[in-house]
Design a protein around this ligand. Structure first.
Ligand code: ZN
Length: 109
């Protein structure tokens, strides 16, 4: 495998890219982490190659990456293919509002 081909592939892909938001062609390649919901299940995908507009900061995927994501989604994000698992805190916004209510003074120290 010739690794020197890879940066050129990326370069030609970003040269063709145009921002779907503002139409700018000043688009660069970056790597992102994305959180996706599938029903009640949350999955995270790291190391996603994304194109980022230098003008409006819109991030979007090229066709290859979008297709890979569709395939992974279609396969139901199988756990056996996950790299690792995360424990995440879940906040209920309505509960946060109650705690921030000024009608309930903080207990004296
Ligand atoms: Zn843009």
């Amino acid at each position: 495998m010739n690794y020197q081909d890879r940066p050129q592939d990326h370069l030609s892909r970003t040269e063709e890219a145009q921002c779907p938001q503002c139409g700018s062609v000043a688009v660069g390649l970056t790597s992102v982490r994305s959180a996706l919901w599938q029903g009640e299940r949350l999955v995270i995908i790291e190391g996603l190659p994304a194109l980022e507009c230098r003008t409006c900061r819109e991030q979007f995927y090229d066709d290859v990456t979008a297709t890979m994501l569709d395939l992974l989604r279609g396969a139901g994000f199988p756990e056996e293919r996950a790299d690792r698992f995360l424990k995440v805190p879940v906040f209920d916004y309505t509960q946060l509002l109650k705690r921030a209510d000024p009608a309930e003074p903080e207990p004296p120290r």
